[in-house]
Design a protein around this ligand. Structure first.
Ligand SMILES: O=C(O)CCC(=O)C(=O)O
Length: 313
């Protein structure tokens, strides 16, 4: 990584002009007695002296779900999957979005791409489509979905980011917590929506059931903490190699999600997951990942040690 991209004050300078989108963290810093400005660099190192988790766990998952209208309206299979979230680190909601809704999302997205309003970044990612399409925002903020995510998270689930794919992500196994971390840990949840049927050829999502119970592997775990002035110098591949080795050492068993159009796969902040290779490049792999943060948590990007900017409303 280039010298300037590692230089923390360069990020802080940019963030100086982002007060509206960063002020939420400043309030939480104050509560924790951290001497930090809203624009300052932040990473897990800043919280090393604090307890990793809240002392009182709150109501159980079953207490948060059962009796909840959004939960009671679901078929038994989806309910059972949600009730297994704490143990498995994921849940599946089969056919949660209707074919019509999925088609409307695909059409809105195609238009955004065709008109140049949305461009591919980081190879094949279409970021933050919901900021440009009210229809996609409505889907991402679907009240029933958000209620369920809030119950799983145990905190309000507020939409932070969306990523649309038209081809397989082919991302190596990782936990979202290396990219989007929180203090206390675990204040993030993701929903992955199949926008078409997914087959073994078009790069399905993979995941490791129960892996969310592993430690949160952060910068210090692969020796990438950097210094007061610079973020860590290691390439992202060093993190991927570290995770690959953990998966092998622990003998974790991978599963692949062959989704049907409209299915939703929800994952925990620390579930190891990624995208399988797309073996048939003639196919599309349409999907949308939605990340939600709890506003009660400090949200930041661990690798780049930047505070997370709230989505535009
Ligand atoms: O959609 C995929 O293949 C994986 C996406 C992913 O890993 C992520 O967004 O964190």
């Amino acid at each position: 990584m280039s010298f300037i991209r590692r230089f923390k004050p360069a990020y802080a300078f940019y963030n100086l002009f982002q007060h509206r989108r960063l002020a939420h963290n400043a309030t939480l810093y104050q509560k924790l007695g951290l001497r930090k400005s809203y624009f300052s660099s932040v990473s897990s190192q800043d919280f090393a002296h604090l307890p990793a988790r809240p002392s009182s766990p709150g109501p159980s998952l079953a207490e948060r779900l059962v009796g909840n209208e959004a939960f009671e309206a679901l078929p038994a299979a989806a309910q059972a999957s949600l009730l297994g979230f704490d143990a498995q680190g994921f849940a599946v909601l089969p056919g949660f979005f209707s074919p019509e809704r999925v088609e409307a999302i695909n059409t809105a997205l195609e238009k955004l791409v065709a008109t140049g309003q949305l461009k591919f970044r980081y190879r094949n990612k279409l970021m933050l489509a919901f900021e440009k399409s009210p229809l996609i925002r409505q889907a991402a903020e679907d009240p029933q979905l958000r209620t369920l995510l809030t119950a799983l998270l145990g905190h309000e689930a507020r939409l932070f980011q969306s990523i649309n794919f038209l081809s397989g992500s082919e991302q190596h196994t990782h936990s979202d917590s290396i990219h989007m971390s929180t203090y206390p840990l675990g204040g993030l949840i993701a929903a992955w929506v199949a926008l078409e049927d997914i087959t073994p050829e078009n790069g399905p999502l993979h995941y490791f059931p129960g892996s969310h119970q592993l430690p949160y592997y952060l910068n210090a775990d692969y020796d990438n903490q950097g210094s007061a002035w610079f973020i860590g110098a290691k390439d992202y591949s060093a993190y991927e190699d570290f995770i690959k080795q953990r998966v092998a050492d622990l003998g974790l068993k991978k599963q692949v999600f062959l989704a049907k159009k409209g299915d939703i796969f929800i994952w925990h902040a620390n579930l190891l997951h990624g995208g399988e290779p797309q073996t048939n490049k003639d196919l599309t792999r349409k999907s949308m990942v939605l990340h939600y943060f709890s506003p009660d948590h400090i949200c930041y990007h661990e690798i780049t040690q930047r505070p997370a900017l709230l989505a535009q409303s």
